[in-house]
Design a protein around this ligand. Structure first.
Ligand code: G3H
Ligand code: 13P
Ligand code: ZN
Length: 307
């Protein structure tokens, strides 16, 4: 099956009360782990590539690995640019065959965010590609902007933003934050903002970034085997599941995959100090990634058995 856009995925997810997982990919093992998990759970999936991933892996390699996933599986797969920070980068990905791009102009003033998001949406739509934009800023470190506290999305702005830009989905800020070093204290999701946004945009797909929950058992495993990570919690999985039952159709997860992978590699080297064959630690890391993605599909997204 060729790559698909997220249009149909989101329509079904909205109607079915679940969300599609958007998992960040940087190398072969991550792609394989995600695809194996999605295949076993019969779940549609979004593979997303950040600017950092493009720089790390070279986008040609990533595209060829995604092509291999299309050959090896029967899954609906959408290939998405995560946090595109310029028209040029979004255009490059559209020209490269991505089926979805995010333009993240959320750090710009409202009018500039609209102008840039519209410019990307116009170009993308001419090429059959869908666009995600963002309104409000998340706490934590985004790729191009560091917000210590972030700012919640203002529901009064969403209709105008979507109408004037023509974007296909909207990332909003309701309490999630990027990275594995989340806020101290009890994380909360502002369901009141989500409700207000979805009332103003009926049927419109909403996106949550920063949706890793940082399960403490993985932080503990990393620290048990020589790591030194602080244990800051993310938004609990059950809370994200509630959001997925509502208007949230896409949930972004990266850090929890990194945690699963690193926990396994640290364990391997502690138990096998003589080890040096990368296959011996990358194979268990890939399996841990697969188990993490299955956990998210079943506990958070509810996208299992949807193909
Ligand atoms: O939200 C950002 C993603 O986790 C991508 O992170 O820029 O390190 O690839 P990255
Ligand atoms: P996490 O860092 O919480 O996994 O968020 C990932 C993300 O939002 C990618 O865009
Ligand atoms: Zn993000």
């Amino acid at each position: 099956m060729p790559l698909v856009t997220s249009k149909e995925m989101f329509k079904k997810a909205y109607e079915g009360g679940y969300a599609i997982g958007a998992f960040n990919v940087n190398n072969m093992e991550i792609i394989q782990g995600i695809i194996e998990a999605a295949t076993e759970t019969k779940s549609p999936v979004i593979l997303q590539v950040s600017k950092g991933a493009r720089n790390y892996a070279n986008v040609t390699y990533l595209k060829k690995l995604v092509e291999a996933a299309l050959i090896e599986s029967d899954l609906p797969i959408c290939l998405h640019l995560d946090h595109g920070d310029s028209f040029e980068l979004c255009k490059q990905c559209i020209d490269d065959g991505f089926t979805s791009v995010m333009i993240d102009a959320s750090s710009l003033p409202f009018e500039e965010n609209i102008a840039l998001s519209k410019k990307v949406a116009d170009y993308a739509h001419e090429h059959g590609v869908v666009v995600e934009a963002e309104l409000g800023t998340l706490a934590g470190v985004e790729e191009h902007v560091s917000n210590e506290f972030g700012s919640y999305t203002n529901p009064a702005q969403v209709e105008e933003f979507v109408n004037r830009t023509g974007v296909d989905s909207l990332a909003i800020s309701i309490g999630t934050s990027h990275g594995a070093f989340k806020f101290k204290g009890e994380p909360q999701l502002r369901f009141d903002i989500l409700e207000e946004v979805s009332k103003r945009l009926p049927g419109f797909p909403i996106v949550l970034h920063g949706a890793s929950s940082v399960p403490q058992e993985f932080v503990e495993q990393i620290n048990k085997y020589g790591g030194n990570m602080p244990g800051a919690k993310g938004v609990p999985e059950e809370m994200l599941r509630e959001a997925a039952k509502r208007a949230v159709c896409k949930i972004n997860i990266d850090s929890d995959i990194r945690l699963a992978c690193t926990a396994e590699i640290r364990k391997y080297f502690t138990e096998h100090p003589e080890g040096f064959d990368p296959r011996n630690y990358l194979a268990p890391a890939r399996k841990a990634i697969k188990e993490m993605v299955k956990r998210k599909i079943i506990n958070v997204l509810g996208s299992n058995d949807k193909i």
